[in-house]
Design a protein around this ligand. Structure first.
Ligand code: ADP
Length: 298
């Protein structure tokens, strides 16, 4: 099965004509509330594709609807604990007409997740552990080390990117950054074309076994001991790319736990993520296995 250790947020999205400047008040032309947080999103993505998924996380007392929604998607919520006095993580998002956005994130209960909240038996051999950067670093680090010791395949989506300990990175089987996150980790400027990513990867100093770099509409690059392969994304009418990376990561976990090769997993993740950008919202636009299978035949 797949165990995700990560964040749960409530997303409040306000659509505006133009993003407000400091001191300015603007009227929203539309709004919606959704479920978010990279941990919850990636758990839902993998569960929709059919994997057995458990999410280890912390929420506030205000998250009843979120827990119900996760359970509805088949995510095991038994290891989600509730903080006494802190509310669920909150993302306040404004999006303008061209699709540019600003996001204010309040970590809330995510910041109170501790190493003591992690189950002793986090994973079993053959399982996949999925982690991201939205919970305290020591919890991410402990989860990765524990799962690696238990024989699981460890995937780290370093989002947001920060300086992860080398001791932690050494236990990661697959690191999945987007291009911006890769460049932050390497301390280099973002290259003008994705064609230059291969050069960056050829001499990257990160102590991880394999890397899958997501490149938006350009697809993804898989870099491991077998070499470097570019997987182009299918052309789709993109409506909303929020959650594309999370769909990609969840799909990668779903395929790896089924024993697919990293390259085959990335190919399927590119299809799942392309489908997710054709619908509005993060979790609401994540495809099922049948939808990905159908899309693959087209
Ligand atoms: P993030 O959402 O983390 O910024 P990316 O923008 O790299 O990550 O997107 C993740 C994946 O989603 C890409 O590797 C690609 O497979 C898919 N994707 C994103 N945008 C598009 C798009 N416009 N068309 C097709 N696929 C896309």
């Amino acid at each position: 099965s797949v165990t995700v250790v990560g964040s749960v947020n409530r997303d409040v999205v306000l659509q505006v004509r133009a993003l407000p400047r400091p001191g300015e008040t603007v009227h929203a032309v539309g709004s919606r509330e959704g479920m978010g947080g990279k941990g919850a999103n990636q758990a839902v993505a993998a569960a929709r594709l059919g994997s057995a998924v458990r999410l280890v996380a912390k929420v506030g007392g205000d998250a009843r609807d979120i827990l119900a929604s996760l359970a509805q998607d088949g995510v095991d919520t038994g290891w989600i604990t509730t903080a006494d006095r802190t509310r669920t993580g909150l993302a306040l998002i404004t999006v303008d007409e061209p699709g540019e956005n600003t996001i204010v994130l309040e970590g809330g209960a995510n910041r109170e997740l501790t190493v003591a909240d992690l189950p002793e038996v986090l994973t079993s051999a053959g399982d996949v552990l999925m982690a991201q950067g939205e919970i305290p670093p020591e919890v991410t680090g402990a989860a990765i080390t524990r799962a690696a010791n238990q024989g699981a395949t460890v995937i780290l989506n370093p989002a947001p990117a920060y300086a992860f300990d080398d001791d932690v990175l050494k236990r990661v089987d697959v690191l999945v950054p987007n291009l911006g996150e890769l460049c932050t980790l390497l301390g280099v400027p973002v290259p003008a074309t994705s064609g230059e990513v291969g050069k960056l990867l050829a001499r990257h100093p990160l102590p991880v076994a394999a890397l899958v770099v997501t490149l938006g509409a350009d697809g993804a690059i898989v870099h491991d001991q077998d070499g470097t392969v570019h997987i182009p994304a299918p052309r789709v009418a993109a409506v909303d790319t929020v959650g594309a990376g999370d769909t990609f990561c969840g799909a990668l976990a779903d395929s790896l736990v089924r024993g697919r090769s990293l390259r085959a997993a990335a190919e399927r993740a590119v299809l799942a993520a392309a489908l997710s950008v054709t619908g509005v919202g993060a979790q609401s636009a994540m495809p099922t296995a049948e939808e990905v299978d159908l899309f693959a035949q087209q």
